[in-house]
Ligand binder design. Structure first.
Ligand code: ATP
Ligand code: MG
Ligand code: MG
Length: 395
């Protein structure tokens, strides 16, 4: 057998942590770059013998270069890394990087990502750049795109922290939205009047083989994912074939990007059954967490297989239905998070994941709970129980 290649992961959060589980099963050596010795991912897998997980920022040139020298392939569990250094690492032949640094760089800027997808003929909501925004600029865009309108940070956005919905063009509403977004490059999107949000995980290996998972329904509140249900169900004639259409659109969108790995593709399902693409994550994604318990091969295992030029695993569901409920922090107190996790242990078919984060904060992803079941109805009822045990974030 060929010696196992060492994988370097930029980012040591919960997605990195869930990559360590299949790596342990398959005996794949991993090195995790993040600040701190005890991040979620570093807690679950030792570094190879004689080496330590590097302690440094995943944006640090020095640390990325050192990691590249110690690894055969670098990958990311977060897109907000230093794409220029990754490109240099590839150009200098130091190490393979998957997905490609160009893909990571494109996705980092949500406006450029949208422009790329639109140019490739992928349907997206109408969008416009908003350089140096003034109240007058915002009003002019709102008259083009309509209200409500979503003003978004182009970069460093996650969990809706770069999104400000604008419902009126009152000066006060505009000032509030711009103040929330702060001094960041912005753009604006027309509102997508979705009936559901949908996501599809797509994996492509180094050889170019592509597989997608069943589409899921994702439910967000205040721009943050709360519940994800698999597979997607949508009633009515307009919705016919929506799972297959979502998979095809997601595969088509990923085909416009270079590099191997798993991609999370977020979409809006409109009342007429058509789909708009929201955004793509070039990494494992929250809407694929259920694949650990519910699919033959999880998104995390398939990501490792994809970047290591190994055969891809079966993306099919191995249970009739599944769902995932995020465990969000309420405030700095860890108590409500631990209580929800403990309560979930009594729910049949539930698997608890806590990420080992040292600090809780309001709306921070602290863990998740997956439930599987023999029918949609059974899973829905289990989700209702979990949600009734969830602490109230708005108190
Ligand atoms: P993520 O954590 O997925 O990276 P993000 O911070 O990049 O999220 P988006 O995915 O752009 O943010 O938006 C988060 C959520 O806000 C969406 O899932 C959706 O619920 C809502 N949203 C975003 N854009 C629009 C839009 N144009 N119309 C309606 N709702 C939207
Ligand atoms: Mg995003
Ligand atoms: Mg998103």
């Amino acid at each position: 057998m060929a010696p196992k290649k060492t994988v370097g992961i930029l980012g040591g959060g919960q997605l990195g942590r869930m990559l360590t589980h299949p790596a342990a099963l398959m005996g794949i050596p991993l090195l995790i770059l993040d600040k701190g010795e005890f991040t979620p991912a570093k807690q679950t897998l030792l570094a190879p013998e004689g080496v330590a997980h590097p302690d440094g920022a995943f944006t640090s040139e020095e640390h990325i270069r050192a990691l590249a020298k110690a690894c055969d392939v670098l990958t990311v569990e977060i897109e907000h890394v230093n794409a220029d250094v990754l490109a240099a690492v590839v150009a200098e032949g130091l190490c393979d990087v998957q997905p490609s640094p160009g893909t990571i760089r494109l996705i980092q800027d949500k406006y450029l990502q949208k422009a790329h997808l639109a140019a490739a003929g992928i349907p997206v909501a109408p969008f416009q750049a908003l350089p140096n925004p003034s109240a007058a600029d915002v009003k002019a865009l709102a008259s083009k795109l309509g209200l409500p309108m979503m003003i978004k940070a182009r970069t460093l956005a996650y969990d809706g922290r770069g999104n400000a919905p604008l419902k009126s063009t009152d000066d006060a509403a505009i000032a509030e939205a711009l103040a929330f977004l702060g001094d960041r490059p912005l753009y604006a999107e027309g509102w997508a009047p979705f009936v559901k949000e949908v996501a599809v995980m797509v994996v492509r290996n180094v050889a170019g083989e592509v597989r997608s998972y069943d589409a899921v329904e994702t439910v967000h509140r205040d721009s943050i994912l709360r519940v994800c249900s698999a597979p997607l169900r949508a009633d009515g004639a307009a919705m016919r074939g929506v799972n297959e259409r979502a998979r095809q659109l997601a595969e088509r969108a990923v085909a416009t990007l270079d590099g191997a790995g798993i991609f999370g593709v977020e979409m809006f399902l409109l009342p007429d059954g058509s789909l708009l693409l929201n955004e793509i994550a070039p990494r494992p994604h929250n809407s694929g967490h259920h694949t650990i318990e519910a699919c033959h091969t999880s998104q995390f295992e398939n990501h490792l297989r994809a970047i290591l030029a190994l055969p891809l695993g079966d993306t099919g569901l191995r249970v009739p239905a599944a769902a995932m409920v995020n465990v969000l922090g309420v405030d700095a107190n860890m108590g409500p998070v631990e209580q929800m996790a403990d309560d979930a242990l009594a729910v049949p078919g539930a698997t608890v994941h806590l990420y080992g984060k040292a600090e809780s904060r309001k709306a921070r992803k602290m863990g998740h709970i997956t439930v599987t079941g023999s029918s949609d109805a059974e899973v829905r009822s289990r989700v209702r129980t979990l949600l009734s045990q969830q602490p109230d974030l708005d108190k």
